[in-house]
Design a protein around this ligand. Structure first.
Ligand SMILES: [Zn+2]
Length: 459
């Protein structure tokens, strides 16, 4: 009999806590949709500050602004974590054309890839060799490549539902194309923009020369998808046409910057840390509203939403706005390095860096036991149409925190439109929908709430 009472009592307590959880999550969503701050913060970040490339004035102002806004929230602690970051500047706008006959030119839209060297003063003019990827380039005889501009034209795969997968399938030509072509004596690289739709906007992104000697470092640029199609068609008609491009970007010395951090100190387990974050830097062509202004303001709002919903976290909850994800990941590495040196026990980290679109769920980097525990929370998310709970990657900035003791997760918004904007001049405030952004913030806050309440233990 005693045992029966115990079981009934136990089941009752589960029921009550499930009810409390549902109520708290309802409060979080209501607050985000009726009283959210994320959209207002994003407006300022995008329209008053603008692009935030590492080492730029915009990045510096974004550090000051977000620190001030976090201070207004009445958190227990707000501080800046110094980190040295690379500084690359685009310089004058790039210029490029296809020349079909002497003097007969067609202008095309390009942008230098982040980290690229400039062209010589007079620009680069050469015949073009088109390839679909690095493997195809490597299979060519070196005399076919020497003195040429290599044109990487592999398109993102349209039938993949997760567009990040399509991106992953093509990013190598942007990242390492110039390094591989430089080894073979090419004089420049043009890469099809990583964009699923056909339009006129070139998309930048990071690239590397690895350990190539300076003499083999050739300029590389992205070309809009429309102009990639045009160039490919013209080459098919006449392989002897030439391509000209000029850019005067530069890599400068590293400069001082900061991660911005705010914390609610835990009431029961202050030495257990939960991190929620996005990256404060952005590329320079648009204003980085989706990438990753959205993740920044959503992460900031997670702490505000918990406070405003009357939730007193048991564990310490930190918002971390990482600097330099785009072209160095220095902020993410620095945060993990300091956390390790202080022996801080991080149990859970959540990143939002996939755009400010309608949230679908999360991907989790954790063991099966924790994942089973997470699956037990699925019903709580059903009213909000959050249904995607899968094991997978998390995010670049929280990646360096990875250990056996931490659960990492990434917010998974709908990804269909993300690459229309990613790293391009189109990534601006008007591309972000207020409700979609706010739903993302609430979804993140709800998961943080659950990990704070139940921890990551599975016994
Ligand atoms: Zn990003």
């Amino acid at each position: 009999m005693k045992r029966l009472f115990f079981i009934v009592g136990f089941l009752l307590s589960i029921n009550i806590s499930a009810q409390t959880d549902a109520e708290n999550i309802r409060k979080i969503y209501t607050n985000s949709l009726t009283n959210g701050k994320s959209y207002e913060w994003l407006d300022h970040l995008s329209n008053k500050i603008g692009p935030r490339l590492s080492g730029s004035l915009g990045a510096e102002r974004a550090v000051e602004y977000t620190k001030e806004e976090l201070e207004k929230l009445g958190l227990d602690k707000v501080w800046l974590q110094p980190v040295m970051v690379p500084k690359w500047i685009r310089g004058l706008p790039e210029f490029a054309y296809i020349e079909t006959l002497p003097g007969m030119t067609t202008h095309v839209n390009i942008c230098a890839l982040g980290g690229s060297v400039e062209t010589p003063d007079g620009g680069v003019r050469a015949h073009v060799v088109e390839v679909q990827g690095i493997e195809e380039l490597k299979a060519l005889s070196p005399d076919k490549v020497k003195g040429k501009i290599v044109f990487f034209n592999r398109a993102m795969q349209a039938d993949l539902i997760d567009t990040f997968e399509a991106y992953g399938g093509c990013a190598d030509q942007r990242y390492a194309g110039a390094m591989e072509a430089g080894k073979l004596g090419a004089v420049g690289v043009i890469v099809r923009s990583l964009n699923l739709r056909l339009d006129d906007f070139p998309h930048t992104g990071s690239m590397t020369y690895g350990n190539l000697p300076v003499s083999q470092r050739i300029p590389s640029a992205a070309i809009s998808t429309n102009h990639a199609e045009l160039l490919s068609t013209m080459l098919a008609l006449d392989p002897t046409i030439t391509f000209f491009f000029k850019q005067n970007c530069k890599q400068m010395a590293d400069v001082q910057s900061y991660n911005v951090i705010g914390q609610i100190t835990g009431s029961e387990f202050p030495d257990e840390y939960i991190v929620v974050g996005g990256h404060l830097d952005s590329w320079d062509l648009g204003d980085g509203s989706h990438d990753d202004g959205a993740g920044v303001v959503q992460s900031m709002d997670v702490l505000r939403l918990l406070k405003e919903s009357g939730i007193k976290p048991k564990r310490s909850i930190r918002v971390v706005l990482f600097m330099n994800e785009e072209n160095g990941l220095r902020g993410g590495k620095k945060y993990a390095e300091i956390a390790r040196s202080k022996n801080e026990n991080h149990i859970f980290a959540l990143e939002s860096d996939s755009g400010g679109f309608t949230p679908r769920g999360f991907s989790f980097d954790c063991n099966d036991a924790v994942f089973d525990k997470v699956l037990g929370w699925q019903d709580l998310f059903k009213p909000y149409l959050i249904h995607y709970f899968e094991k997978g990657g998390s995010g670049a900035d929280i990646g360096p925190l990875k250990s056996d003791n931490i659960v990492l997760a990434g917010l998974k918004p709908d990804s269909q439109r993300y690459f229309d904007y990613h790293h391009a001049a189109t990534d601006v405030f008007s591309a972000v929908n207020k409700r979609e952004l706010e739903l993302g913030a609430a979804t993140m806050a709800s998961l943080v709430y659950l990990f704070d309440t139940y921890g990551t233990g599975t016994k």
